[in-house]
Design a binder for this molecule. Structure first.
Ligand SMILES: Nc1ncnc2c1ncn2[C@@H]1O[C@H](COP(=O)(O)OP(=O)(O)OP(=O)(O)O)[C@@H](O)[C@H]1O
Ligand SMILES: [Mg+2]
Length: 252
């Protein structure tokens, strides 16, 4: 079982879209996948049409229920839901001894059941995202080809470096360009800038796969389906299929 954390403290950069569509692609390949919603915004939970769950990642993290009790079977694999109550527990988490290794320990209770665990992070750095990074084998960083993304790479590198003493084998698998618009000159310039920064700060590359900009992504989410199931010929469906192959080809 490999755990991949989809992380960027910047908001709206396609983290949840990537978890959703990667889950769908991996399922299509016959792999067993668990998606974990670590975000109090609960977008992964809502996408999977889980409404007012009584057992969520919050209950699991405070020890009120087991992982197995909170996990739901959904269309693109199993999902461990979240809800807004997660936000109210940050002080409690901060005072829990060894909280930061807790998720890694909990994942051992489902080891063997899944080929991949995909963790959808909130757009912040807090104890919960630190716990995700401590549990990670690999990290995917979705980012837009924007100037502010370049600034964010330094923060991501600092966060990853902070968890390294607790997780020596954490590997940033690469930065995934999303909402990609190859015809914009600015995109190509920023791609070069990002490439240099990523190599220097994260010791990885831009992933070869890019997720092109298309309204099919928001439209598919409104209909609760992967972009492939929403529109077979969508360019984003082809892009997420490429991403799944690229991820599977990488050692973590
Ligand atoms: N390739 C794409 N083309 C066009 N729109 C996209 C693309 N990928 C994501 N989006 C849209 O961008 C918005 C943000 O995406 P998403 O919710 O996946 O980001 P996020 O990083 O999870 O956000 P948050 O930080 O709030 O959790 C959504 O409306 C989504 O539909
Ligand atoms: Mg999200």
């Amino acid at each position: 079982m490999k755990t991949i954390v989809v992380f960027n403290q910047k908001g709206g950069v396609g983290k949840t879209s990537t978890v959703v569509n990667l889950m769908a692609e991996l399922k299509l390949k016959g792999l067993n996948v668990l998606g974990i919603d670590l975000d109090a915004q609960a977008n992964l939970t809502a996408f999977n049409q889980i409404v007012n769950p009584d057992k969520t990642i919050r209950e699991v993290l405070i020890g009120a229920c087991t992982m197995a009790e909170a996990i739901r079977a959904c269309r693109y694999g199993d999902v461990l839901p979240s809800d807004t109550s997660l936000q109210n527990e940050l002080m409690r988490f901060a005072s829990m001894p060894a909280f930061v290794i807790r998720l890694r320990e909990l994942l051992k209770t489902v080891n063997g059941k899944y080929d991949y665990v995909l963790i959808d992070c909130p757009p912040v750095v807090n104890q919960v995202t630190a716990a995700a990074l401590v549990a990670a084998d690999g990290v995917i960083v979705p980012a837009e080809a924007e100037y502010f993304s370049a600034v964010g790479i330094k923060m991501i590198a600092d966060t990853v470096n902070q968890v390294k003493p607790l997780n020596e084998h954490i590997k940033v698998m690469g930065v995934l360009l999303v909402k990609y618009q190859p015809r914009r000159t600015l995109t190509r310039e920023l791609e070069r800038l990002l490439q240099g920064q990523i190599k220097a700060l994260l010791n990885c590359e831009l992933l070869k796969s890019h997720i092109r900009f298309t309204v099919d992504i928001p439209a598919s989410q409104a209909s609760g389906t992967s972009v492939r199931d929403f529109k077979q010929g969508s360019r984003a469906a082809a892009d997420y299929a490429d991403l799944a192959n690229e991820i599977l080809s990488k050692e973590i």
